[in-house]
Write a protein of this length. Structure first.
Length: 574
């Protein structure tokens, strides 16, 4: 397949280079603010007295090593070097022995990568031709105007075999299906960022077809998926189909070449509640933009309440893919056997929208007892973020108590996350425990942790943002593999993600702005790989090959976390 020989050659060359020169400099490959902490990590040699920094005007600086760190897994010794005194804008040459790299200091270092992370959603739109993608333009695929109701989704007024139209939305991940649970989570996380940064997003333009209207581009892009959401609700009872899918994953071919039939399958309580939460929030957030989207807010509010009522009547309607027959379905399950977190998020969103006591009562019933970073399988923190953003509705003692509890839980989590940074291998809160690594870890545990830290920074006034920036440094190159894990950025980024379009489109470079899943010691794909993983260490268990769906796939929920994180960093510019 395309890129396999190249990938093996590059991997071999990297091994040879390392054997020849046992020095490796790990740093943020994208850039830093002038006033941002700037640490580099040197592996393989004690750099004391050996680090040379050449400033943009040709001066030479010799920084000092701060400390030594030893990996708990590999035993590798690394040294942390502080370059924070480099505050003038420009490109600095950093050298240790024969190895040299560039460190960029800029007034807006995260601008381009933040825009690319959001624009990625345009590039993965379904059912329409991509005509503003430059070399990534493609004809329309998966129109989904002839989607079949699967037997698992049948109801008296929509029996099995009924054909419905369910167009638009985004491709979920490396595959070509559309999943309500993951789409709702992705929109919810980006809505949370939007509520924190409305002025920033009001002026952010990422060159999509709607960029010339009066609505912020982020909301325009969300609307493309929300238009699909409406079609996923059964109009006769209010329940929401779990996903729109082919029976099996497609091959690595372009969308226009796909031929499998597409189905909507089983209505579930989790999909329905996630739908209700997103639609309730959308009803509020789009109200100022009725000129572009007339009637939308009222319609979204109505379908949100109907969905919630269905979920209340069907609280145990969980997804059971193994029971699906005629045909069987083997694509992503997004299964979840606990809906307490979904009830909490949806009830919160509907209370904010309507002020109805019934929703507040449910919020209190399903209120979490501890903060956890947001994931598609646990959306309680999306509800918490709503309470933390919602002081204006603290009009009674119950609301005030919930707000305080959410803030206390958030601060307790953040304090625990940052307490051992000065002992960490890469000077960051993320990446210090084996449990930090696994499927989608760079999103769920790195980016989402950083977003949580930024909330705490804003709400408490304490400098948690310093630690969020450290997670950015990790993500963008200061890590055990030396990869900037976002495609198209840095001098060592993924070239062969598990992404069907990037593999099949005959364009050498993958879509820019995609966050890959990251190191995954589970290596669930090792039997499908063209070669063994280069390492079994938790933070090095990553392979930049197309076949590595366990470490190198992309997904909308992961990119949503990247959007929320990097746009927030970009908004912090002095």
């Amino acid at each position: 397949m395309k890129g396999l020989i190249l990938t093996m050659t590059v991997a071999f060359a990297a091994v040879c280079a390392h054997a020849k020169d046992d020095v490796q400099i790990r740093r943020n490959q994208v850039g830093c603010y002038p006033n941002q902490e700037k640490m580099i990590v040197v592996e393989g040699v004690n750099p004391s007295g050996k680090v040379r920094v050449t400033t943009p005007d040709g001066k030479v600086v010799k920084p000092k090593t701060v400390r030594k760190a030893v990996s708990p897994w590999s035993g590798k010794t690394r040294y942390i070097v502080d370059l924070s005194s480099l505050t003038e804008q420009g490109r600095y040459q950093v050298s240790v022995g024969k190895e040299t790299c560039t460190l960029t200091v800029d007034e807006r270092p995260y601008s381009d990568i933040a825009k690319a992370s959001l624009r990625l959603f345009y590039l993965i739109r379904t059912g329409v031709p991509i005509e503003m993608g430059g070399e990534y333009n493609r004809p329309a695929g998966h129109l989904d105007t002839h989607t079949v109701v699967h037997p698992s989704a049948a109801s008296p007024l929509r029996p099995a075999g009924t054909v419905i139209s369910s167009p638009y939305g985004w491709y979920d991940a490396g595959d070509y299906n559309k999943y309500v649970v993951n789409s709702a989570f992705s929109i919810g996380l980006m809505f949370a960022a939007y509520e924190q940064l409305p002025d920033y997003f009001a002026t952010l333009r990422v060159n999509i077809p709607e960029s010339d209207n009066a609505t912020p581009d982020l909301l325009d892009e969300m609307m493309f998926n929300l238009r699909w959401f409406f079609t996923m609700q059964d109009p006769f009872d209010g329940g929401v189909y779990h996903k729109l899918t082919t029976p099996n994953f497609e091959a690595f071919i372009m969308p226009k070449d796909c031929r499998q039939p597409r189905f909507v399958v089983q209505k579930t309580v989790t999909a329905t509640l996630d739908f209700a939460a997103v639609m309730a929030d959308a009803a509020r957030l789009y109200e100022p933009f009725s000129q572009d989207y007339p009637g939308f807010s009222a319609q979204a509010a109505a379908v949100a309440e109907r969905a919630y009522a269905w979920a209340k009547a069907n609280p145990t309607a969980f997804y059971h893919q193994e029971r699906l027959k005629e045909p069987a379905v083997t694509t992503g399950a997004y299964g979840d056997g606990n809906a307490r977190d979904e009830f909490f998020w949806a009830a919160t969103a509907l209370y904010r929208l309507t002020g109805k006591q019934q929703y507040l009562d449910d919020v209190r019933q399903y209120q979490p007892t501890a903060f956890t970073t947001p994931t598609w399988g646990n959306v309680a923190s999306l509800g918490a973020f709503e309470w933390l953003a919602n002081e204006q509705t603290m009009n009674n003692e119950q609301c005030t108590e919930i707000h305080k509890a959410m803030l206390q839980q958030l601060v307790a989590y953040c304090d625990g996350a940052v307490k051992d940074v000065d002992k960490s291998c890469f000077q960051s809160p993320y990446g210090n425990k084996k449990s930090d690594f696994g499927w989608g870890c760079l999103a769920e545990f790195c980016c989402c942790q950083a977003v949580s830290l930024l909330y705490a920074d804003r709400l408490t006034g304490k400098p948690y943002r310093v630690f969020a920036f450290e997670n950015a440094d990790y993500l963008l190159g200061r890590n055990a593999t030396g990869y900037c894990y976002v495609t198209g950025f840095g001098d060592k980024s993924p070239m062969h993600p598990h992404h069907r379009i990037s593999e099949a489109d005959n364009v050498e470079k993958p879509f820019p702005g995609m966050l890959v899943g990251g190191p995954n010691p589970g290596q669930q794909d090792k039997n499908d790989m063209p070669m063994p993983y280069a390492s079994d260490y938790p933070d090095e268990s990553y392979m930049d090959v197309m076949q590595s769906y366990a470490s190198n796939e992309i997904a909308i929920n992961w990119n949503a976390s990247l959007v929320a994180f990097l746009c927030w960093l970009d908004a912090l510019r002095p």
